[in-house]
Design a binder for this molecule. Sequence first.
Ligand SMILES: [Zn+2]
Length: 162
Amino acid sequence: MTVEEIKESISMPVLVQKYGFSISAAKMINCPFHSDKVASMRIYCDGFFCFSCGAHGDIFDFIRMMDDVSFKEAFQSLGGEYRKPTFSSRMAVYQAQKQRAMRQKAAEREQERRSLNNMLISVYRTYMERSEPLSDVWCDCYNALQYQLYVQAELSGLEARW
Ligand SMILES: [Zn+2]
């Protein structure tokens, strides 16, 4: 089990009761971490807090402090297992990172194409306005503009697909 799985399967009150404490109606117990006569420790469903000495934490902290063990020992005592990352899981992480980088590069290239496209459209439009209609320059710009408008439609089609 992982840390999260353990936390879901064992609540703080259940753990505290396993250690022999009885929880009052106000969800308090005598704090085991200082000499407590008045039940200063509040038990929450996922943790504890002592209003007198300030001891606090989750189920793993409680075991650590009660039994004077490490987190690893507390974790394993509740059925926790450490899983070494396997080669295939490391490959999967590497592939995911690579794909993310490639998607980002592709998005940047799209952005560059879009700004070049917008610039060319405005250049050709300006030249057409300034040149004699149907002159060679005008016709060249007209043809070039049609192509850039086609590119623009293609680029916005790409955007729509995202
Ligand atoms: Zn305390």
